[in-house]
Write a protein that binds this ligand. Sequence first.
Ligand SMILES: [Zn+2]
Length: 115
Amino acid sequence: MHELSIITSLIEQVEQICKEQEKSTVSKIVLRIGSLEYINTETFLFMFEQAKEGTCAEKAELNMIIEPIKIRCRKCSEIYEPEDTIWLCPKCNEIGGEIIQGSEIILESVYFDDN
Ligand SMILES: [Zn+2]
């Protein structure tokens, strides 16, 4: 499943960071999720709760920031957020363009519990 592979690599990344920074407990994880990933946030959270058990993220809460899709028009370079699945430039009506935001999942920050 899509969500599961993302969570697996997320946990791996967080464990790596813990190791590098010699921390044992993560209190919070902030994740930026592009809308184009079509993540089901409920499923995602549920899977995260399962996957974090026994890792340094066991007590961590997960904050998800959903990023809107942003498109740069090929023709006039206008940057816009499409309202529909059809990407139509509001300025010149060109269809399609370059995705400049919304297609990535980024680990924004990891907070540690220092106690
Ligand atoms: Zn345009």
